[in-house]
Design a protein around this ligand. Sequence first.
Ligand SMILES: Nc1ncnc2c1ncn2[C@@H]1O[C@H](COP(=O)(O)OP(=O)(O)OP(=O)(O)O)[C@@H](O)[C@H]1O
Length: 253
Amino acid sequence: MNEKIIIKSEKLCKSFSNGGIQQHVLKNLDMQIYEGDFTVIMGPSGAGKSTLLYALSGMDRPTLGTIEFSGERISEKNQDQLALFRRKHCGFVFQQIYLVDGMSIMDNILAAGLLVNKNKQQVLKQAKEMLKSVGLNEQIWHKFPTQLSGGEAQRAALIRAMINQPDIVFADEPTGQLNSQSSDMVLNTLTQMNEAGQTIVMVTHDLKSARRANRILYLQDGLIQGEYHLGKYQGSDEKRHEKLAAFLLEMGW
Ligand SMILES: Nc1ncnc2c1ncn2[C@@H]1O[C@H](COP(=O)(O)OP(=O)(O)OP(=O)(O)O)[C@@H](O)[C@H]1O
């Protein structure tokens, strides 16, 4: 495991007011994310996995506690500062595929890239290279998102998330809407990106997705209750699956 901490939370609390009742979802949670890792957050439904992902990525602000990103305290930034921070440092993929329907795949990616780099030729060259590297070749570049399979569209969304070379990619159930074959394609892309050095934090319910990670965190009752290290993914391996399943069983999943 790489020991360089990229995100660190201390006494992180997140509460919501639901119908006047305070719901304490994250409770004094201390954790770290390490550079170069593929970290997965698992836990029961409603445990607060997405809430944690949103807090760590600056999509939402904690109720109490601190979050540092490469030593910079992001928990004290206001919404505008957080928007700038996210644009500069983070890429996002969600279960729902966020591509603009009225724009071609290439234009979707260029629009994201040009927000940060005004040199269109450079962004175009990079987009082409990145799309090719995940098996999305020229035939699909000028198609619209609805003309692609779910797996193709989610891989394009991943390239869009990565076009500005984020320090970290946050993925919230990125294969949740995909069939098995498309899921595998997206997971292969995530694995490939992580092998190339991309730090990834992913929330998932799915064992097949989770075993791609080298570090599994188990969230329950507002805290990280367990942590498991699997080593880097080296291809499909029954033992890896069994080890992960045993850890989750121990956690009561
Ligand atoms: N914006 C919000 N306003 C009010 N309550 C919220 C909000 N976001 C999350 N919650 C509540 O916080 C709890 C944790 O939600 P969260 O989506 O983080 O859980 P999760 O572990 O990701 O769940 P799942 O696995 O089912 O997606 C839930 O009870 C949810 O209703």
